[in-house]
Design a protein around this ligand. Structure first.
Ligand SMILES: Cc1cc2nc3c(=O)[nH]c(=O)nc-3n(C[C@H](O)[C@H](O)[C@H](O)COP(=O)(O)OP(=O)(O)OC[C@H]3O[C@@H](n4cnc5c(N)ncnc54)[C@H](O)[C@@H]3O)c2cc1C
Length: 478
């Protein structure tokens, strides 16, 4: 008899997957490092906090309530294990740590749904490690989970829908948003409009945030390039200028300075793919998201039998798609166990996912990646803060040692070898490598996933050492 299916991640994707499996009579194990279910978008504050759902989730309050209540009603039908970090994964076995007690354990699995979500895509700028500088996601977590702002006079920079959402949430919560600096342009938005019209409600929300910010006097600057954060013990100002990061011919404007005591920045999101990597899933380059992503079929089946991928952890599609993909992956798992499932529902789920996929393509066009970021990043820019590696050192390894692939660059410079295991610096390092070696980004590969995927205490790590390390994929450095 098969073991209960295991789901990693209790965000919208994992919660809907769990609900679907329970509806078919299974009792899945649901693991999440967070203390409460909800994932990033529907993150719940600690139980004693009293901010209302409408304050926490805005337009998404109804969705949040529905998901939280559904989940609460399922509790007897799930083996839900909050505060449980999956820090290593291999065929048939997961290594776990209870984040409260630091107790280590292992869990065997026959089939597994990986729904690990995303983090900020970080493109650093000079001074980004100054105290008071956060990622946009970090700024939002502070608001949602700790009920506090990152500062009183906050400047927000980067690109992507989260930039405007966080600006709106901060302004609504009473913080003074000094400016929103968007690296894209209104022209990008207009060009992307036709592709985004298939999700009018989502589009309307984005337009509402922008209109609300302007109406409330928040300065919104497009084609804005952050030059540096200034300050010592704490950030004091953000210096920027108008510059087109996708057109080298356009001449930049003069430097401008925004006084602030906190900065939030980020350029959209990057999927958390390390566990899929450790499980041996095959990856491919996605030119739209500029990322190596684990391959999956429309149902969420990965290249490894018994491993299913759902939600933003397999490619950024947003919260609505995460719910649909979680349900679809669960149905695939049930089908692969030989159970009869609702085929009409499968058809509906896949059709809705395709529609959202077309919208996401438009969104990537609306908030384009700043392509000149890598070639214009100064040599002194700190890229890997764990190991203290600058852009110039990365370029030196390309120039002097012929590094042309990310794991080679890591071996030569230690980039991505520290606590974050490349989760923060991997995107920037890949972009700098591709620009310096003058090869397409698709050719530089990806930083191979390594356990532990997130920091764990060294004592616990030692007790887990007998498990085999994952084998290198063919063609990759050992
Ligand atoms: C910081 C942040 C804030 C965001 N805020 C918004 C927002 O306000 N509005 C919006 O529309 N979109 C937001 N997004 C995008 C949003 O996260 C998604 O579209 C949606 O939440 C994706 O759902 P998911 O289930 O795929 O992943 P998530 O919601 O991210 O859930 C993944 C879950 O997996 C758990 N997990 C990850 N790795 C491990 C591990 N190794 N072991 C155990 N558990 C693990 C996490 O704790 C998390 O609960 C945000 C993204 C980020 C990164």
């Amino acid at each position: 008899m098969s073991r209960p299916p295991v789901i990693i991640g209790a965000g919208p994707a994992g919660m809907r997957a769990a609900q679907t499996l329970a509806a078919y009579g299974l009792r899945p194990v649901l693991l999440d490092e967070a203390p409460r279910a909800g994932g990033q978008i529907y993150r719940q504050p600690p139980s004693g906090f009293t901010r209302r759902r409408t304050q926490l989730y805005g337009f998404e309050a109804g969705r949040a309530r529905a998901l939280h209540e559904t989940f609460a009603s399922l509790r007897g039908q799930l083996d839900y294990r909050p505060q449980t970090l999956v820090w290593n994964a291999q065929p048939g076995l997961l290594d776990l740590m209870e984040t409260g007690t630091l107790a280590a354990s292992s869990l065997s699995w026959d089939d597994l749904i990986v729904a690990t979500g995303a983090t900020d895509r970080v493109l650093p700028f000079p001074g980004w490690t100054t105290p008071g500088v956060f990622t946009l996601g970090g700024a939002q977590v502070a608001l949602k989970f700790q009920g506090c702002a990152i500062g009183e006079r906050v400047a927000l920079a980067g690109s992507g829908p989260l930039l405007y959402l966080v600006a709106y949430q901060y302004a609504k919560a009473g913080a003074r948003v000094m400016a929103v600096l968007d690296s894209g342009s209104m022209g990008d938005r207009l060009a992307a409009l036709p592709a985004m019209l298939n999700q009018p409600a989502v589009l309307a929300k984005g337009m509402y945030y922008l209109a609300w910010l302007r109406l409330h006097g928040v300065a919104v600057h497009t084609r804005a390039r952050v030059l540096r954060a200034e300050g010592g013990a704490r950030v004091e100002a953000l210096v920027w200028r108008r510059e087109d990061m996708n057109d080298a011919q356009a001449s930049p404007g003069p430097e401008q300075r925004i006084e602030c005591d906190a900065v939030g920045f980020g350029h959209a999101l990057r999927p958390e793919t390390q566990l899929a990597d450790l499980l041996g899933c095959r990856f491919g380059f996605d030119p739209v998201q500029r990322a190596q992503l684990p391959l999956r079929d429309p149902a969420g089946r990965s290249s490894v039998a018994g491993v299913y991928l759902a939600g933003d952890g397999a490619g950024i599609m947003g919260a609505d798609a995460a719910e649909l993909a979680g349900e679809r992956a669960a149905l695939a798992l049930l089908q692969d166990r030989g159970m009869a499932v609702d085929r009409a529902r499968i058809h509906t789920l896949e059709a809705r996912l395709r529609r959202i996929g077309a919208f996401r393509q438009g969104l990537e066009r609306a908030f384009p990646f700043p392509r000149r970021w890598a070639e214009t990043a100064p040599d002194a820019l700190l890229v890997c803060r764990c190991e203290n590696i600058s852009a110039g050192e990365l370029r030196g390894a390309v120039r002097d040692c012929g590094a042309g692939e990310l794991n080679r660059l890591k071996a030569l410079t230690r980039v991505g070898m520290g606590r974050c295991q490349g989760r923060m610096c991997g995107v920037a390092a890949g972009e700098i490598l591709a620009a310096a070696a003058q090869v397409p980004l698709s050719q530089v590969g990806r930083l191979r996933g390594q356990a532990p995927v997130k920091p764990i205490p060294i004592g616990m790590h030692c007790r887990q050492m007998p498990h085999a390390a994952p084998a290198a994929a063919p063609g990759e450095d050992a």
